[in-house]
Design a protein around this ligand. Structure first.
Ligand code: MTE
Ligand code: LUZ
Ligand code: MOS
Length: 753
């Protein structure tokens, strides 16, 4: 079962898999197109739709005035209108929805909309916003011990500034939705969302009707990466609005330019740190202030900010910690969830602090890292006592398995022999908490039907977005019933079958939905075993299932799975089950900022080597070697794919993906010609990922740990590997923490005096 392929692989390569835009539409389906703000901040003095509305084929242009319910889509804080009212807050903010008989007519109409905006001051930077007291909410602080006292005792204290840029999700499938009217004022919406319930709730609010009137269906996503956790809602809500008012099916798919301009990205952070160490290189005090560029509305920013604090000391134990995060309001599109969810931004800062300390003291970064790795029963700043801690295990395994000493020596030798090329090496340990940090979100449900012919239908709250969660769900059902995978169908994610779902996020989807599914399958299995025991006149404990057959005391009986199911049906036994799972043990008290928010942590250690071309400033990664803590992986191929994909995304964020807005808040990196993402050549040819030998964790599904987000943070090592190569070329280079480390920045650093 372990080697099962992604069940979508066949459909994907043949182009047969269905996405929103592939659905066969109903007759007279209309096209939606969003008209957005051309200015980053200002009062809307006049909006003239008359010329646009006069075009033949334009059915209607909707503004906020048409919204029958509440013009509000803010999830955590109600601070975001679906359609701008009197004020515009970012370039790309939706102002009107054009509904026409074709896309090209809608586009013509869009060009004819006239707007007068009285411009207000524009803020694009986080610290700039903070200096003007523009915040989304009140700051949060996590603390442990007493940093003020601890700094006095330190032998070394260093401070610096750090910047990490945003990141475009660049899911292959852009945002979109398709809404059709049903009877009695109900609507069915097919959405490309990670959060079907979020979409259902958002639409109900916009329309001012009950959630029971809205059915949201998700087939699969062509990637989400966090970009569709919260930000799929507006497009679904706009199609639903038009469908509700026009009683016609309406489809809205953003083109790439509109998607890039209108949607938020990973949060850029501007941060300050202060780190204090003893002579023995023990970090005994760490302070950081994080200025998060939240954009023009809260979206998920407060939750992202919280996770930055949770991961501010990465894999290290520090006795005295004080970290504060400020969510700063700027005139950019609201920034949002992105793989790692604020964790990477936090981890980069402490890695920068360690690199700075090492450079100033004159030791290697690895010496400081190794001295401070977290151990069993250490307490983190947020109060969780660490158990089943694998930080040291993964670090030591990496050093041994990949022979770090030899690698480092080879690099030193290379650097003494070569002038125009320099090599660098870095080690990046990770420690990532698994669970939604907001405890109430950690639950899921599954609905299982065993049909009378012995085939099975599985519905859960999990959204398939390329991470292969459906394949993992299928494995759980197949394994529990001991039947072939082709007897099982994974249904679409649908709010009428599985309700009140948490989004597919926080890497927790397989754990939460998988545990619910395991419960549901097990309950049906127990009932079937009772039927089998009666039939075979044996005790139930003697009955087991193997390969679609019933066994008694490990001996094959005369009863097959198919017959058993048919007999159970005749005996009027329930062949369906709905189960609920809520993560036990976790809790968090926000008034004290202490608790036990994570079910468990995922660990690992990456060793990255790079060669920098010191004439050009370009670089390649020679090797990336990772020891990763999968627990007991339930699907090694899929999990390896997640590690490699996340790694590529992390390296892209750290080295080449450069989001740029001008001072007026216009997105300059608005196409793939101006926004470079990693390709197959950007990542080392020599990637080696070895599973850490561990027992796994009971809180993980089948002891197979969550894998979606944690490996992204291995990419942070790429920054420091390049920096070490630069230092080898230019001893007077002063460390700078300003990601991404583009070839342009490398070149300037190589020749910095
Ligand atoms: N992998 C693919 N192929 N596509 C995606 O959109 N999203 C990532 C990760 N892996 C993503 C992906 C993110 S941000 C998360 S949180 C997890 O998958 C979510 O899925 P899981 O909870 O099943 O791991
Ligand atoms: N989404 C969320 C997340 O709402 N809460 C989280 O803790 C989280 N963590 C990672 C990614 N998405
Ligand atoms: Mo992932 S950022 O939790 O969608």
């Amino acid at each position: 079962m372990n080697s099962i392929k992604n069940i979508d692989s066949f459909g994907h390569v043949r182009g047969e898999s269905l996405f929103v835009d592939d659905i066969i539409v109903q007759q007279n389906t209309l096209c939606g197109l969003v008209y957005d703000s051309p200015k980053a901040h200002g009062i809307i003095k006049n909006l003239d739709l008359s010329k646009a509305a006069a075009i033949e084929g334009v059915i209607k242009i909707f503004t906020y005035k048409d919204i029958p319910g509440e013009n509000q889509i803010g999830g955590i804080i109600p601070d975001e209108p679906l359609l701008a009212e009197n004020e515009a807050h970012f370039v790309g903010q939706p102002i009107a929805l054009i509904v026409a008989t074709s896309d090209s007519i809608a586009k013509k109409a869009r060009a004819l909309i006239e707007i007068k905006i009285e411009e207000l001051p524009i803020i694009t930077g986080a610290k700039e916003a903070a200096s003007k007291k523009q915040f989304i909410n009140t700051p949060r602080t996590f603390s442990l011990g007493n940093t003020d006292n601890a700094f006095i005792e330190c032998d070394y204290v260093f401070e610096d500034e750090v910047f990490t840029n945003g990141q475009e999700h660049l899911y292959l499938e852009t945002q979109g939705a398709y809404a059709v009217p049903m009877e009695n004022g109900s609507i069915k919406v097919t959405s490309s969302t990670q959060g079907p319930t979020q979409v259902q709730k958002g639409i109900a609010k916009i329309l001012g009707i009950g959630m029971h009137r809205i059915e949201v269906d998700v087939i699969r996503l062509g990637g989400g990466f966090g970009g569709k956790e919260d930000q799929a809602t507006p497009w679904a809500a706009l199609t639903a609005l038009a469908t509700y008012l026009l009683k016609k099916p309406v489809k809205l798919i953003l083109n790439r330019h509109d998607d890039l301009r209108m949607t938020g990205k990973r949060h850029p952070y501007e941060s300050n740190f202060k780190i204090g160490l003893t002579k023995e290189l023990k970090i005994i005090a760490f302070e950081a202030d994080f200025y998060q560029n939240s954009g023009a509305a809260a979206d998920l920013s407060p939750a992202v900010a919280e996770r930055t604090l949770f991961h501010a000391t990465n894999s290290y134990f520090v006795k005295n910690v004080k970290t504060t995060v400020y969510s700063c309001k700027t005139n950019l599109p609201p920034n949002t969830a992105f793989r790692g969810f604020g964790g990477p931004q936090g981890m980069f800062v402490i890695e920068a602090a360690i690199a700075k300390a090492a450079s100033e003291i004159g030791v290697t970064t690895t010496q400081i890292q190794e001295t401070n790795l977290i151990q069993e029963n250490d307490e983190l700043a947020y109060g969780q006592l660490m158990t089943q801690t694998e930080a040291i295990n993964s670090w030591q395994s990496a050093f041994k398995k990949f022979n770090y000493k030899k690698l480092a020596t080879e690099i030193e030798v290379f650097n003494t022999k070569n002038k125009n090329f320099k090599k660098g090496i870095s080690v990046m340990p990770i420690c990532f908490g698994i669970s939604f940090t907001n405890t109430p979100m950690n639950h899921a449900r599954a609905l299982v039907h065993v049909y009378q012919d012995g085939t099975v239908g599985v519905s859960t709250g999990a959204v398939e977005m390329g991470q292969s969660v459906n394949t993992k769900m299928l494995q759980i059902a197949a394994q529990t019933f001991a039947i072939q995978p082709d007897k099982i169908k994974l249904e679409t994610t649908n709010t009428t079958r599985v309700a009140n779902t948490s989004p597919t996020a926080a890497s927790s989807t397989a754990d939460l939905n998988g545990k619910a599914l395991l419960k549901a399958c097990s309950a049906i299995l127990e009932r079937l075993k009772t039927v089998a025991a009666q039939e075979l006149k044996v005790r139930q404990e003697e009955v087991s299932l193997q390969n679609e057959w019933i066994y008694v005391n490990s001996k094959k009986s005369s009863l097959s799975w198919k017959e058993l199911v048919a007999n159970a049906m005749l005996a009027r036994v329930a062949l369906s089950e709905k189960s609920h799972y809520a993560t036990p043990k976790i809790h968090f008290d926000k008034t004290k900022e202490k608790g036990h928010p994570f079910a468990y942590h995922v660990y690992g250690t990456a060793i990255i080597t790079t060669t920098v071309d010191c004439t050009r400033g370009t670089y390649i990664f020679d090797s990336i070697k990772i020891i990763h803590d999968y627990g007991k992986s339930m699907n090694k191929g899929i999990d390896l794919g997640q590690v490699e994909g996340a790694l590529a995304q992390g390296i892209g964020w750290m080295t080449m993906e450069e989001i740029a807005y001008d001072k007026k808040g216009n997105l300059l990196s608005n196409a793939l010609s101006t926004y470079k993402i990693p390709d197959i050549f950007s990542i080392a040819e020599n990637i080696e990922v070895i599973p850490l030998e561990t027992e796994g964790n009971e809180m993980a599904i089948l002891k197979s740990k969550a894998v979606g987000e944690p490996p992204l943070m291995y990419g942070i090592g790429a920054y420091f590997a390049i920096q070490n190569a630069i230092k080898a070329y230019n001893p007077s280079y002063k460390l700078k923490f300003h990601a991404p480390m583009t070839p342009e920045k490398v070149l300037m650093s190589l020749y910095q005096k």
